[in-house]
Design a protein around this ligand. Structure first.
Ligand code: UDP
Ligand code: MG
Length: 309
């Protein structure tokens, strides 16, 4: 059994794979640990999978899993965890934004007895202000909504013990938000701070659409506050509506006031219509996730792999 399994999701990373492999191999050799790489090709449209196959032929530390299509970053990491055999697992990105140099220090902390050592971003370079602001806001919103203590400004870059990996394997949910699930699992957790580098080559594979999907998975997976909010808001709105109705009846039958009041009527109808749409939308977000779990389709489909398990 290897000491460390290094799980790396790959989506259109042909410009990063050779340097990534070289730098991480050097780091791991210097650390004098037994290791394996598990690359998950998440339906790349470039030459990534060819590069991975070549690497696997040259270097027996290299395992790869080739998905039948793009299933998404969190699912790619989950597949890597499913196939990992190491005493501990490192999760990281392929674009060298997570510095190899930090690993030795993280590993030392792990050896001190922490089952989870994650890396928290002190600063982020080469990312748009929009991404930084939305990410910052998201982590704060999530922590205020959730009773699980999910660390702020922390991605998936971390070392986790195989006990944590086994616990994750027992969590069959289809909407994966691994950093939250790992917090939920518990054990002794600690962190190191680092400055996040620019992407080495290529462009981000997390456009706003994917960030929003991940954020919604995080919130729906770790908080029922939005649902409760809908209930409270509905109660309050109904209370106001009842008072409004009394007033309407009074003005109709006592004051004999007919046509006037059209503006307030329209405003009320439109407002309540909007509130109802939002409410249904929030319920729908939860419902679609229940539906995904009830359908119980496999999380991912593998076309080809050189992992033995
Ligand atoms: N990734 C993936 N599937 C996707 C999108 C991204 O496997 O659908 C991988 C990507 O190759 C990288 C990691 O997930 O290793 C993080 O993606 P990226 O660097 O684009 O995200 P960012 O750092 O910009 O948030
Ligand atoms: Mg990146």
């Amino acid at each position: 059994m290897a000491d460390l399994s290094v799980v790396i999701p790959i989506y259109n990373e042909e410009g990063n794979i050779p340097l990534l492999h070289e730098r991480w191999t050097r780091t791991l050799e210097e650390m004098k640990v037994g290791y394996e790489f598990i690359f998950i090709n998440d339906g790349s449209r470039d030459r990534s999978v060819e590069l991975l196959r070549e690497l696997a032929q040259k270097d027996s530390h290299v395992k790869y899993i080739d998905f039948s299509r793009n299933f998404g970053h969190q699912i790619a990491v989950s597949a890597g965890l499913d196939h990992s055999r190491g005493e501990a697992v490192v999760i990281m990105d392929a674009d060298l934004q997570d510095p190899p140099e930090l690993l030795a220090e993280m590993y030392r902390k792990y050896k001190e007895g922490f089952e989870v050592v994650y890396a928290r971003r002190r600063s982020r370079h080469g990312e748009s202000w929009f991404k930084k602001i939305t990410a910052r806001a998201f982590y704060r919103l999530l922590s205020s909504l959730s009773s699980v203590d999910i660390p702020l400004d922390t991605g998936d870059f971390r070392i986790i013990d195989h006990k944590v990996v086994e616990a994750l394997r027992k969590m069959p949910e289809k909407s994966k938000f691994l950093r939250g699930q790992i917090s939920w699992i518990g054990f002794r957790q600690t962190f190191l701070e680092y400055d996040r580098q620019e992407r080495h080559a290529g462009e981000t594979n997390y456009p706003f659409r994917k960030m929003l999907a991940l954020a919604l998975d995080g919130i729906t997976g770790f908080s029922d506050v939005p649902l409760r909010f809908v209930t409270y808001f509905g109660l309050i709105a109904t209370g106001f509506a009842f008072l409004g109705a009394l007033y309407v009846l009074y003005s109709r039958f006592v004051l004999r006031d007919f046509v006037e009041g059209w503006a307030s009527l329209m405003i009320t109808v439109l407002f309540i219509g909007g509130v109802q749409m939002i409410a249904i939308g929030i319920i729908g977000e939860y419902l679609s996730r229940i539906h995904a779990n009830v359908r119980n389709r496999p999380l991912y489909i593998i076309r080809d792999s050189n992992c033995s398990s």
